[in-house]
Write a protein that binds this ligand. Structure first.
Ligand SMILES: Nc1ncnc2c1ncn2[C@@H]1O[C@H](COP(=O)(O)OP(=O)(O)O)[C@@H](O)[C@H]1O
Ligand SMILES: [Mg+2]
Length: 342
């Protein structure tokens, strides 16, 4: 195992050929992904495409019954070579996980200041008093007013937005090189969502951490992401710089997802993904060919037989498709798809 280091050349996160199995079900089917320091990578795709499984697999937060293979490196540190015990003991310093449900993530019977302070006692060897003072500073860092007061509160005494801030404070407390946010604003009302997103935007700049951002919200992607990875049936089917993906989606699936957004750069928070007609296949290890073929307007015989590999196309993107959409044709292709189906 290599020592943790912060050489700028090291990716915040490097995932290589990750597979996550729940028994027969292959939820993540060989995903590879890189997040550079300071970069926000948005992971998008329909429900059940395997986004959370990928994130939880990286963070090793899956139940022991889930089988995970592949290589995960965090800031140059080969996490997949660590024992579960070693990883758990170092997790808070390696990555911060911001989930959808702060209530479930926080300990209900401890004041939030104590929960934050504990990180500093355990990982930084601070005394109880030092840790309490540090917890108050951490609450201020996530723009909580009267942090001394809030530190003494229990999770149930706080609003949903405040709890989310507390969870974010815990995620960034030890300045980990990687943050993972999984639908972290979905459960909040619209104005609180906007506040939390603004906070995450500020922290992105302040911390320099790489962020893996799972969201259905295309406004968020447009505003905060640098890079987009699109997941379908357990595979990453396209990835690239956010503008390249929005302007010229190369995979027919991406084109379909984005079809309601002609100009995503003007997208506001709350813009959902388009619902593509039809349903994704059940994730399975026995698949041949492209999983999207049955719903795809561009599919041909080869698509049913051979799974396409993720390969570079123009514009710095990678696309896994036998018949990628030509640049400039993305929205037209999506409209055409719509006609075929109607
Ligand atoms: N703990 C689990 N046990 C069994 N199957 C699961 C479990 N978690 C998720 N799945 C299944 O794995 C697939 C991917 O789910 P998930 O990773 O949650 O996708 P997403 O986050 O994109 O909605 C789905 O078919 C889902 O039903
Ligand atoms: Mg999910």
């Amino acid at each position: 195992m290599t020592a943790m280091d912060d050489r700028p050349a090291c990716a915040a996160l490097e995932v290589d050929d990750l597979r996550v199995r729940y028994g027969e079900l292959l939820a993540v089917d060989g995903a590879s992904l890189r997040v550079a320091p300071g970069q926000a990578v948005a992971l998008i795709g329909e429900t059940s495409s395997g986004k959370s499984s990928l994130a939880l697999g990286v963070a090793r937060l899956l139940a022991p019954s889930a089988a995970v293979t592949g290589r995960v490196a965090i800031a140059g540190c080969d996490a997949s070579a660590m024992s579960g015990r070693e990883f758990r003991s170092r997790r808070a310093g390696l990555l911060g996980y911001i989930a959808q449900d702060a209530m479930a993530a926080l300990n209900p019977v401890r004041p939030v200041g104590k929960q934050i302070g504990e990180l500093f006692r355990v990982h930084r060897g601070m005394s109880g008093q030092q840790a309490t003072a540090q917890a108050v500073r951490e609450l201020a860092r996530v723009r909580i007013d009267r942090p001394e007061l809030v530190a003494r509160r229990y999770p149930h005494q706080l609003s949903g937005g405040m709890r989310q801030r507390v969870m974010i404070a815990m995620a960034v407390a030890l300045s980990p090189p990687l943050l993972i946010a999984d639908e972290s604003t979905t459960a909040l009302d619209v104005s609180t969502q906007a506040e939390i997103l603004a906070l995450l935007g500020v922290l992105k700049a302040e911390t320099g951490a790489g962020i893996l951002w799972i969201t259905h919200d295309m406004g968020v992607v447009a505003e905060l992401a640098d890079w987009v990875a699109v997941m379908y049936a357990g595979r990453i089917v396209e990835q690239g710089p956010v503008h390249a993906i929005f302007d010229h989606p190369g995979h027919p699936y991406t084109a379909g997802l984005l079809r309601t957004r002609r100009d995503l750069r003007t997208g506001r928070p709350g813009t959902p993904l388009f619902q593509i007609p039809g349903a994704p296949p059940a994730p399975s290890a026995q698949r041949t060919g492209c999983a999207f073929a049955p719903r795809c307007p561009r599919s041909s015989a080869v698509c049913a037989d051979q799974a396409p590999a993720l390969e570079p196309v123009a514009g710095g993107r990678l696309v896994a498709c036998h018949h990628p959409v030509p640049p400039g044709d993305g929205h037209q292709a999506a409209d055409q798809a719509e006609e075929v189906r109607s």
